[in-house]
Design a protein around this ligand. Structure first.
Ligand code: THU
Length: 144
């Protein structure tokens, strides 16, 4: 795959994350996040953040996507794109996944190869491996 093809695939995934972001339910923080999770077979499952009047039950966009995927039978993932910024505005900042979401992704992803793509302003993005964002992690192997 050429670097241009990879770049285009990443931009397509970011576009899906932005589309999911439009469904964000964030009346308390006013911060809208969308995520698009790329499964091993190239299926894309999206998620958005969903808040709650009781605060605690709210969920991040990344976990929403992972839980949707796992409940649909997908357990192997290659990448996730995340787009977050104040609601009603275009993406203006790099919204890196929170620690809880990093750990949830860790359950189903190979930390060395799974790519976390964080959308930024002006069609730009930053890309990390999960290992970079969650080094020396605790995972399923620890419990074998
Ligand atoms: N949020 C996400 O959806 N993903 C993250 O990784 C960080 C934060 C959401 C949770 C909450 O609804 C809002 O952003 C503000 O924290």
């Amino acid at each position: 795959m050429t670097p241009d093809t990879v770049d285009q695939q990443i931009k397509d995934l970011i576009k899906k994350a932005c589309e999911a972001r439009a469904n964000s339910y964030a009346p308390y923080s006013g911060y809208a996040v969308g995520a698009a999770l790329l499964c091993d077979d190239d299926t894309v499952i999206t998620g958005c953040n969903m808040e709650n009047a009781a605060f605690g039950p709210g969920i991040c966009a990344e976990r929403c996507a992972v839980y949707k995927a796992v409940s649909d039978g997908y357990r192997h993932f290659k990448a996730i794109a995340v787009a977050g910024s104040p609601a009603g505005e275009p993406v203006s900042q790099y919204a890196s996944p929170c620690g809880v979401c990093r750990q949830v992704m860790r359950e189903f992803a190979d930390p060395a190869s799974f790519q976390v793509i964080v959308a930024g302003p002006d069609d730009e993005y930053r890309s990390y491996t999960l290992e970079e964002l969650l080094p020396d992690s605790f995972g399923p192997d620890n419990l074998q």
